[in-house]
Design a protein. Structure first.
Length: 390
């Protein structure tokens, strides 16, 4: 059996970054920028007023100073004249600063009578002017790779970039296996349960910029599993769920092998998730997840997401762990790396007493997986542990 790190390293060997495609900006959120892009203009494109008020010369600004209002500048409508000594232009936020003016006295500090204004409030030292290019300059670089956030999209829009090069979404075929499984909404027979893993994994995959194709549930027969693999044709990554242990009905490894899968590894020194399998099947990578619902999801965070990130050009990296302080004692760990369902609240983390890998309720209450190295000794409340946020 190999370690989690070794397994992840081998998984990264099975995938490579996908090509780029151009998408309109309004469909780019959550996608990975494939190449650097550059701003197509200065922002602001001119010195602009940051406030509603009066544009004047800075060296004339003092309490009780008076000015004659000679015009108006609004957003989208500049004032075409020049501000001379003793003159002011009524100005609104976002308007270009008029020629000759370099200070905006906010309207709250001004008393106006007809065309005359007097500064009646103590003017601030701040000129209330946004300099040209103060946000970004034409030609400035927005660097790839990067998952585009809402803020990034706003910035790219301001840079006048209407379409962006992003990495093609990885296509993941999801195959649940098992005679006992029915889809949510169906009427299960007396010995059946609902297929939950494919749904949880689909959500996880979508959260990480990839597209999951949920295939029909494969039954525990070679024929049915072979058919599912055939339907997965065209996917970048084929993920099977269940059927990968050593039971009589665990046929995924056999069928994948018959279909030419070059196995990279089978079984990882971890808990939950030991019967993990991976390899290469033609053009696609293949990841065989254990069937137990928590195991499948944990393998999703520990292995599948890093693969999807690598496929999107974000690097071949382990998920980043954080530190937290234990709220309660925990017992010594066994020989496998253990991903314990836990809840972190204001820096203190509590490991749930029930770590059964079939308990989805516990998983849903968790927001962290405490990562215990093999043979980690018992830990006391107050000790620091590492965890993976989920
Ligand atoms: P297996 O690896 O096929 O032996 O499955 C291990 C356990 O996980 C069994 O209790 C299965 O019923 C359960 N299981 C397998 N696949 C799924 C699935 N897609 N959704 C929910 N439970 C599953
Ligand atoms: Mg099964």
């Amino acid at each position: 059996m190999i370690t989690v790190d070794e397994a992840r390293a081998r998984l990264f060997e099975l995938v490579s970054p996908l090509p780029a495609e151009e998408v309109p900006l309004e469909r780019a959120a959550g996608r990975v920028l494939a190449r650097d892009v550059t701003a197509r203009r200065d922002q602001p494109p001119f010195a602009a007023s940051a406030m509603d008020g009066y544009a004047v010369k800075a060296d004339e600004v003092q309490l009780h100073a008076m000015f004659k209002v000679i015009g108006e500048a609004a957003a989208g409508h500049r004032f075409h004249g020049t501000v001379g000594p003793g003159q002011a232009v009524r100005i609104f936020t976002g308007a270009p600063m008029p020629e000759g003016a370099d200070f905006v006295v906010i309207q709250e500090d001004v008393t106006r009578k007809g065309e005359l204004i007097t500064i009646t409030g103590d003017p601030s030292a701040n000129a209330n002017v946004r300099p040209q290019g103060g946000d970004f300059r034409e030609g400035s670089t927005f660097a790839a790779p990067r998952v585009l956030s809402a803020a990034d999209i706003a910035l790219l829009a301001a840079m006048n970039i209407a379409a962006v090069p992003v990495v093609r979404r990885p296509v993941v075929a999801l195959i649940s296996t098992g005679d006992e499984l029915v889809m949510p909404g169906e009427e299960p027979g007396p010995d059946q349960i609902i297929a939950s893993n494919s749904f949880g994994l689909k959500a996880l995959i979508a959260e990480h910029g990839a597209e999951a194709r949920m295939l029909p549930i494969a039954r525990d027969s070679e024929e049915s599993i072979r058919m599912a693999f055939a339907m997965a044709e065209g996917a970048d990554l084929v993920v099977t769920i269940g059927g990968a242990s050593v039971g009589d009905h665990d046929l995924v490894g056999k069928v994948a092998g018959d279909l030419g899968m070059e196995r990279s590894f089978y079984k990882v020194l971890m808990r939950p998730g030991k019967p993990l399998m991976a390899g290469r099947m033609g053009e696609a990578a293949m990841l065989g997840l254990p069937g137990n619902p928590v195991s499948a999801m944990v393998c999703g965070w520990v292995f599948l997401i890093p693969m999807l990130r690598a496929m999107q050009g974000l690097g071949a990296l382990a998920p980043q762990l954080r530190d937290a302080v234990l709220a309660e004692d925990i017992a010594a760990n066994g020989p496998r790396e253990h991903y314990m369902r836990a809840r972190i609240d204001r820096g203190r983390i509590t490991v749930f007493p029930n770590q059964d890998s079939a308990m989805l309720g516990v998983l849903a209450r968790s927001n962290a997986l405490v990562v215990r190295p093999p043979k980690d000794p018992a830990r006391r409340a107050g000790d620091s542990v590492r965890y993976l946020p989920i």
